[in-house]
Design a protein around this ligand. Structure first.
Ligand SMILES: NCC(=O)CCC(=O)O
Ligand SMILES: [Mg+2]
Length: 336
């Protein structure tokens, strides 16, 4: 961005194919490097022991009981993946309008955090802060009078961030898009002395049709009434993303995220250029499904499109990517 091309050169003295001719030369001029250090692996958890349930719309992805989640975390750590992100499937009987299961210190998420921290020290644990897995309305906030209430939702989100921090989670990642939640969570964490708790804000999260497989994975698609357009962003907007990100940084976010990923790389680039803070993108469930589903039919080469898309995120300005392909990518990068 902002580079001025004053010496473009001219054919035939200038031939851009010279630098591309040999593999060693292509390596020498490569601008972007993807590394295992750039990966965050989102993992789905479920109740029970020693069981995994395939997520039908995400071929190759399973929901795991906490004991198997610990094994997965070990595998991620051994591959050098810096962090995992936990997403729970909640028993429908525990879903209520006030989403109180979100801040149950004995709930599935807290048990997964405690187990990971005990058995897999050294891997970062990221936790979602949002009410949709726990809410009988399937919304990220509390619904009253047919509307997702902002300030009322903040109270529940703050409680959720606190119990997850107390269980040992390193990074709170609010994905709810309520106004003011980063400030409310930061204040509450500080007031309790959790000054080292990191916040990765889903700052520019768009109301997207690419989330459907995720809702199958956590079992919230049946519950969801309506859509999320009154709190998630309109995909027509880009300046608004900068306002969202700027506010979250001022309210105390340590890292910011753009979501979904591939159709929003222009937003990543603008955010990185405007703020220069640690910036992430989420290669979401629908993006995974679209690539993996095509690869499973033999229409795409999974390994190649995975590395190409992740490198594209980095080229656009990401410091890291949340991807369901993290383990595959880590293996491929290791083998290189
Ligand atoms: N709060 C986390 C998500 O909504 C994930 C979406 C996806 O992977 O589709
Ligand atoms: Mg916001």
């Amino acid at each position: 961005m902002g580079k001025r091309f004053t010496t473009l050169g001219r054919y035939p003295s200038t031939r851009l194919r010279r630098n591309r001719r040999e593999e060693w030369s292509r390596r020498l001029v490569a601008e972007t490097r993807l590394s295992v250090d750039d990966l965050i692996w989102p993992v789905f958890v479920q109740e029970g022991t020693n069981a995994r349930t395939p997520v039908e719309s995400m071929p190759g992805v399973d929901r795991l009981t906490v004991d198997l989640f610990v094994e997965a975390a070990k595998q991620a750590r051994d591959l050098g993946i810096p962090a995992i992100a936990i997403f729970p499937e909640t028993d429908p009987a525990k879903k209520t309008p006030d989403a109180r299961e979100a801040y149950n210190p004995d709930g599935l998420v807290c048990r997964a955090i405690i187990a990971a921290k005990k058995h897999v020290p050294g891997i970062g644990v990221v936790c979602d802060v949002a009410l949709d897995p726990f809410n009988s309305d399937g919304h990220d906030g509390i619904v009253r009078d047919g509307y997702v209430q902002n300030d009322e939702s903040l109270e529940a989100l703050v409680k959720q961030a606190i119990v997850q921090t107390e269980a040992g989670a390193d990074i709170q990642a609010p994905s709810d898009m309520m106004d003011g939640r980063i400030g409310a969570i930061r204040q509450a964490l500080d007031a309790k002395g959790y000054i080292h708790a990191q916040i990765m804000s889903y700052a520019a999260k768009y109301a997207s049709a690419f989330y459907n497989p995720f809702r199958d994975a956590i079992g919230s698609s049946g519950a969801l009434k309506g859509d999320k357009k009154t709190y998630q962003m309109d995909y027509a907007n880009s300046d608004e993303a900068l306002r969202e990100v700027g506010l979250d940084i001022e309210e105390g976010a340590d890292m910011v995220m753009v979501k979904p990923g591939l159709p929003y790389l222009d937003i990543v680039r603008r955010v990185k250029d405007a703020f220069g803070v640690p910036t992430y993108a989420y290669q979401v469930s629908g993006e995974y499904a679209m690539l993996k589903g095509a690869a499973d039919r033999g229409w795409l080469d999974w390994n190649k499109v995975l590395i190409e898309t992740l490198t594209g995120f980095k080229r656009a300005g990401c410091d890291g990517v949340l991807t369901y392909g993290a383990v595959d990518a880590a293996r491929l990068l290791k083998a290189k």
